[in-house]
Each structure stands twice: as C-alpha cells, then as structure tokens.
Design a protein around this ligand. Structure first.
Ligand SMILES: C[C@](O)(CO)[C@H](O)COP(=O)(O)OP(=O)(O)OC[C@H]1O[C@@H](n2ccc(N)nc2=O)[C@H](O)[C@@H]1O
Ligand SMILES: Nc1ncnc2c1ncn2[C@@H]1O[C@H](COP(=O)(O)OP(=O)(O)OP(=O)(O)O)[C@@H](O)[C@H]1O
Length: 299
C-alpha cells in the first residue's frame, strides 16, 4: 500500500508579534490559510528506510535526519516512530518520496508542511490511529509552524504558533505567491524586529463574509515584513510589483521572502501572474486558491 499526502503552502495573511517568552520565542497572533500549491509526498513500505527527492527545489535539500540541518520529513518520521514504538506498535521501514515544489526557507512553511504531511501519512501507513492534537504535539518540537501545518486549513494561530483556533466558514481566496528566490533566515528576521509588543489582530465576528475579512486584513500587518525588507531589498521590489497589479492587498508571508497578492477573481490573479512572469521569468510565481475549513489537506 502506498499512501500519498499533499503538503500545502502555509500563508500568513496577517502576522502580529505581540510579545516574547523567556526562552526567546515570540508570541504571535496570525491568520493563516493553506493553498492548493504545495509539495507531494508518497510513503511506501520498503526493506529499508529511504528518502528520494524530485521537483524544482528538490536538489537543494538534505536526505539525512540530522537533528540540525537534516530533512524535516525524516525527523518527523523518527519522532513518530519513537511514539509508535513506545505504544507497542510496529513502525516498519518506509521509503518516502518528496516532490519539492515550494521554495525552501521562504516563509510559506515548506519544511513544516512536509513534516506535517509525513506525520499524517505515516500515521495512516502504520495504522497508528493518532488524532490531530497528538500529531501536533509530536510535531511542535520540530518547528513552531508544525501544528498549523498538521491542521492545514484556515485558522488563527497564537502562542508561538501552537495555540490554534480553526475558522469555520472562512471564504476561499485567490492568491498569487511570488518569491524572488532568495532564502531568508527566520531567527534573523525575528531578531531584527523593532517592537516585540504590538497590538493583536482585530478579526470580524461569527458569520463574517469575504468583504469583512478583506477589510480586517487590509487593516492588519505582517510585523516581520519591515525587518525582512531591510535585510532583503528584493522583497520590497516584489511587494511593489504586486501592488501595481489588480491586487486588493500585497503582503509578505511568515518571515519571507514569499509575498502574496490577494485578488477578487481567478482571472485577475492569472493576469497578475502573466505580468510578473514577463518581468521576472526566474522567480517563483504561483497562482493559488486557498481551501475552506472542510478540506482535509490531502488529495
Ligand atoms: C514566522 C512563522 O513562519 C510564522 O508562521 C513561524 O513563526 C516560524 O516557524 P518555524 O519556521 O517553524 O520556526 P522554528 O523552526 O520553530 O524556529 C526558528 C527560529 O525562529 C524564531 N521563532 C520562531 C517562532 C516563534 N514564534 N518565535 C521565534 O522567535 C526562533 O529564533 C527560532 O529559533
Ligand atoms: N523538507 C524540507 N523542505 C524545506 N526545507 C527543509 C526541509 N527539511 C529541512 N529543511 C530546512 O528547513 C529550513 C526552513 O525551511 P522552510 O521551507 O520550512 O522555511 P520557511 O518557508 O521559512 O518556513 P516558515 O514559514 O515556517 O518560516 C531550511 O533551512 C531547510 O534547509
């Protein structure tokens, strides 16, 4: 039996940094959605463990499970296997194939999404029956974005990213993802914040429609955007090119460098993609639609 999982790109539509813990991690208030653009993983029983890579960004990734710098997919496999064995379950050898379509270290959680997909996929392959909350707890030590990527549907993330509130009825969105193919270091961006105690998000209440969500998004921010733009001027260039399209909003996701434009229609989003592709054919330029709360993050 081969199990497949889709690792959706994570997009922080807004990200406010509201404080800092004693261990240095920052407290966030972030509205997060997941796109139909992402990586694909396959898990097949095998004589020995293994990982193979393909896709536009596959060649740049490690294939070992070292605690620092190793592939997050293998670190997730090992973390889940330890839990399985502790519960008396077999967690037999598995070959994993990762089709890496998302740019690396790019603010759209590629590594976290892959690791979360590994937790979901191996939970199925090994027939462990663990619920999402348990998978989130296993994933958190691998990265603050892991729990939200396990859920992979519209949500608000607080704490350091582990305190999740799922949003029912969140409207699907047309987004254009644009990355100028520069890697940005998440800790460096956090270190360069000018303020660590910013006001929280103001979100519309129950039953809000698309117009209400867009109004509150326009009024919100990504607090990591100013330090990221100072460190990597190409992000400012991407944002001004997106703002020159029909976008209702142009903003950076996570710690960058991927930015997104938000459009009324798929046609407007595609027009913007064609325009930016003509200007910068070498960039990562990906039209995407975000799912609703009923999607299960797999396909
Ligand atoms: C920027 C976001 O992508 C927003 O969703 C996340 O907060 C980052 O999540 P991530 O990449 O999974 O982050 P981790 O791998 O856990 O942390 C990398 C580094 O980022 C900083 N970090 C991360 C998350 C957080 N809430 N506060 C932090 O200060 C810490 O210096 C940490 O050592
Ligand atoms: N499967 C993987 N995919 C992507 N990056 C990986 C993977 N495994 C390990 N890494 C490493 O993890 C680091 C962060 O990658 P990732 O793509 O998750 O960052 P990001 O997009 O900035 O995420 P975030 O939005 O969580 O900040 C990179 O330095 C990369 O080498």
């Amino acid at each position: 039996m081969t199990v497949s999982e889709f690792a959706s790109a994570k997009i922080n539509l807004a990200l406010h940094v509201t404080g800092q813990r004693d261990d240095g991690y920052h407290l966030l208030d972030s509205l997060v959605v997941f796109a139909d653009a992402g990586d694909r993983l396959q898990f097949s029983p095998a004589a020995d463990d293994g990982l193979t890579l393909s896709g536009r960004f596959g060649a740049s990734l490690p294939v070992d499970a070292a605690p620092k710098g190793g592939n997050l997919v293998l670190r997730a496999r090992d973390a889940l296997r330890a839990v399985a064995i502790a519960r008396g379950k077999a967690a037999s050898a598995v070959h994993i194939h990762l089709e890496k379509n998302l740019p690396v270290a790019s603010g759209i959680g590629g590594g976290s999404a892959d690791a979360a997909a590994a937790l979901r996929g191996l939970n199925r392959l090994w027939d462990l029956g663990l619920d999402a909350a348990t998978l989130c707890a296993i994933g958190l030590p691998l990265g603050a974005d892991l729990p939200m990527c396990v859920e992979s549907r519209p949500l608000v993330a607080r704490g350091i990213g582990e305190d999740l509130r799922l949003l029912s009825g969140f409207p699907p969105l047309h987004l254009l993802l644009v990355n100028p193919l520069v890697e940005v270091s998440t800790p460096v961006i956090f270190r360069n914040l000018s303020s660590k105690t910013n006001p929280p998000l103001v979100l519309p209440g129950e039953g809000a429609g698309l117009a209400d969500w867009i109004a509150s998004l326009v009024a919100a921010r990504n607090d990591l955007q100013p330090p990221a733009c100072s460190i990597e001027p190409k992000i400012t260039d991407v944002l001004s090119r997106l703002a020159a399209t029909e976008a209702l909003l142009a903003r950076m996701s996570g710690s960058g460098a991927t930015c997104f434009g938000l459009y009324r229609t798929a046609a407007e989003c595609l027009r913007a993609a064609r325009k930016l592709e003509a200007e910068h054919p070498e960039w990562y330029i990906q039209p995407a639609t975000t799912g609703s709360e009923t999607d299960d993050g797999t396909n």
